[in-house]
Design a protein around this ligand. Structure first.
Ligand code: SF4
Length: 375
């Protein structure tokens, strides 16, 4: 039931992705990279669950040093997530098999340097070490100039950003790359990936619904997008993002493989009636940047304490860190992003205040009650 794909085949060390290659399933370590024992265990857990590739985030030289030790203890295919610190590409390249950069994060450092030069530096590091690349566009962190030109709503900004970065990488004569275009809304993920695949059918696509949240809703959102895309021959690799404790991260691989098997066998699940109506909780899947592991429990508690508002069309976003948390809560009616000891509460783009983990839930309820009273 999965039609032939039109993408070219690239190689991530000995893993073929795209074209006629099996669709790869991957995940990301949720442990702090500097906690070497926990990160090695996380990589082993994901491998044992059947991951073809494991992504690890690095933010600092200390993370790179830790990653070097992790690399020495596993044969797993490793991808590195550069996030804002694109300059780490050169030091991390000898340690991994693939680099992911986010076009929306390149403006944070060396603001006066043209984006093209930054992309050329990343591509140079990948080429020198025989690595693949992922151009990973995320709707929650789209580059400001694309938001200004194409607006924050809809898919144009994220699709244009991905296409322009493909053109830059093409100009550098580099072809071993995949693209991902993610959003927390599965309908936008479908529209964006269909639009991109029409424009660039040759480029392998990595699928994902970011911040899908906790099971079962997170699984349903992901399934909605993956069923529609895979059954059109779109998608060469995928990741299911679920907000679950890091010992349960194998679930992401199991769910990904189950969705693939179902689509291959023509088994499609119907979307529960009114699934997109009412309260929408989005939560990040957590990664090495989570500074307080209470984040996972907090996400679950937010769901429980706000259940009374389930008929209201509000979005509440719960994010695990200060890197992506502030930006990726902007579009939510209420947003929470977690620091080491405090949680920041927002109403749209406006800050409401900073509260301890014990104070935050009553504050959230107060804000939610205010929104309901105004609606
Ligand atoms: S919001 Fe932060 S902690 Fe959550 S997945 Fe994104 S980078 Fe990781």
């Amino acid at each position: 039931m999965i039609p032939p794909r039109r993408s070219r085949t690239i190689r991530i060390r000995d893993l073929a992705v795209g074209g006629e290659a099996p669709i790869a399933v991957q995940s990301m370590a949720a442990t702090p990279t500097r906690d070497i024992e926990a990160t090695v265990r996380q990589v082993e857990l994901l491998e044992a669950a059947g991951a073809d590739l494991v992504r690890i985030a690095v933010d600092s030289e200390a993370d790179v040093e830790a990653l070097a030790i992790v690399r020495g203890r596993t044969r797993a295919l490793l991808s590195v997530d550069l996030q804002e610190n694109y300059r780490l590409a050169a030091t991390v390249a000898p340690l991994v098999d693939k680099i992911r950069y986010n076009p929306g994060h390149l403006h944070h450092h060396e603001k006066s340097k043209p984006v093209r030069e930054k992309v050329a530096m990343i591509v140079g590091a990948a080429r020198e070490h025989g690595l693949a690349l992922r151009i990973g566009v995320n709707a929650g962190s789209v580059a400001p100039e694309y938001k200004d030109r194409f607006g924050a709503e809809g898919v144009e900004a994220i699709v244009r950003s991905a296409l322009d970065h493909c053109a830059m990488v093409d100009e550098l004569g580099f072809t071993d790359y995949v693209v991902s275009i993610k959003d927390s809304d599965p309908r936008l993920v479908v529209d964006a990936n269909v639009a991109f695949a029409e424009a660039r059918p040759d480029v392998p696509l990595h699928l994902g619904v970011t911040e899908a949240g906790m099971p079962p809703d997170g699984v349903i959102k992901t399934r909605i997008a993956f069923e529609q895309l895979l059954s059109r021959g779109i998608g060469d690799t995928l990741r299911v993002s679920l907000t679950v404790p890091f010992d349960d991260k194998g679930q992401e691989i199991e769910v990904g493989r189950a969705i693939l098997a179902d689509v291959e066998a023509g088994r499609f699940r119907s979307v529960p009636p009114n699934f997109f109506d009412g309260l929408n909780i989005i939560a990040c899947p957590s990664c090495s940047r989570v500074e307080n592991t209470r984040f996972i429990d907090l996400a679950q508690e937010v769901k429980e304490v706000t259940a009374y508002a389930e008929d209201h069309d509000f979005t509440i976003a719960v994010m695990g860190c200060r890197v992506n948390g502030p930006g990726e809560t902007d579009d939510a009616d209420l947003g929470l992003w977690c620091g080491p000891n405090h949680v920041n509460l927002k109403r749209g783009e406006e800050s409401v205040g900073t509260y301890t983990y014990d104070e935050i839930l009553p504050k959230l309820r107060e804000e939610l009650d205010r929104l309901i009273a105004k609606s």
